[in-house]
Design a protein around this ligand. Structure first.
Ligand SMILES: [Mg+2]
Length: 113
């Protein structure tokens, strides 16, 4: 099992060994958008109304990982410790939303469709 901290460290080591240096923050922001688009393409074909073109693969895990990779790069470049940030974010969501979704009738109706 790899921790978030180890993932950040492994990306950093890989970039330094094979990537020469990080792309600029803005370039990685553009790449993140591109990778989210690639994930959206697979999702629309697998779960949406689109169909796979010849030669296209159902590679959701790989596309999710591409998104995660660039997020890890951006976290490293901007000095974010994702382990700490995730813990804070989870606490924020729990404080804010601990009744919100439970009390949302649209969510329980969804299961009846
Ligand atoms: Mg990709």
């Amino acid at each position: 099992m790899m921790t978030l901290e180890e993932a950040q460290q492994q990306v950093d080591a890989w970039i330094k060994k094979y990537g020469v240096r990080y792309f600029s923050e803005l370039t990685n922001m553009a790449i993140l958008t591109e990778e989210v688009g690639e994930l959206a393409r697979v999702m629309s074909r697998k779960y949406g109304d689109q169909s796979f073109k010849e030669g296209e693969k159902d590679n959701i895990a790989d596309e999710l990982t591409d998104v995660f990779w660039v997020l890890l790069c951006l976290a490293n470049q901007t000095g974010v410790n994702l382990t700490e940030a995730f813990a804070r974010n989870l606490e924020k969501k729990t404080q804010r939303d601990n009744q919100r979704h439970i009390n949302n009738p649209k969510l329980s109706e969804h299961g009846k469709e």
